[in-house]
Design a protein around this ligand. Structure first.
Ligand code: SME
Length: 157
């Protein structure tokens, strides 16, 4: 795989198509979960120039910060807390158009305006989440949800 990220110049779907192919190629050559989380976070982050892109892993009943791109973030998040803990508890992707309207949102950065959190599944169990923050309102929709679910679904966790 080329070392350089190829960022498609088209719209959102075209970018996700290229991104998914890059992630598939990456995962074919590496089994280490942390290395793959780190590179998948980097690929997503730099494809779209998001504000923060990263993983939290479920460890002994809480979410603990994993590989990410972006500024400093909260290290630990409780079950059902914030957007991340809600996605974990409810076992579904949570799209937040305006973080100020989400009860219990955990503000790791005051610049974050909208957010998407996608659960990571191992069989029937949520073992972590992918969290992405944007500096703009309403960045994420069902298109992002489906593509990001597909991308994290390719990871061996
Ligand atoms: N906003 C998240 C916390 C994680 S940071 O955004 C990286 C939440 O409410 O769960």
């Amino acid at each position: 795989m080329a070392e350089e990220l190829i960022v498609a110049s088209g719209g959102k779907v075209e970018r996700y198509e290229v991104l998914a192919a890059q992630v598939e190629a990456l995962l074919a050559g590496e089994d280490d979960v942390v290395a793959n989380m780190a590179n998948v976070a980097a690929m997503i982050h730099h494809t779209f120039d998001f504000w923060w892109t990263g993983f939290y892993r479920v460890v002994e009943g809480e979410l603990i910060l994993g590989p990410f791109q972006g500024p400093l973030a909260c290290s630990r998040i409780g079950y059902g807390r914030g957007v991340c803990g809600t996605a974990w508890k409810e076992g579904r992707t949570v799209v937040v158009e305006d973080v100020e309207q989400f009860p219990g949102h955990i503000a790791c950065s005051s610049l974050s305006r909208s957010e998407i959190v996608v659960p990571l599944w191992r069989g029937e169990e949520v073992v972590g989440v992918l969290d992405i923050d944007s500096r703009e309102l309403a960045t994420f929709d069902d298109v992002d949800a489906r593509w990001l679910e597909r991308i994290v679904g390719m990871m061996r966790l």
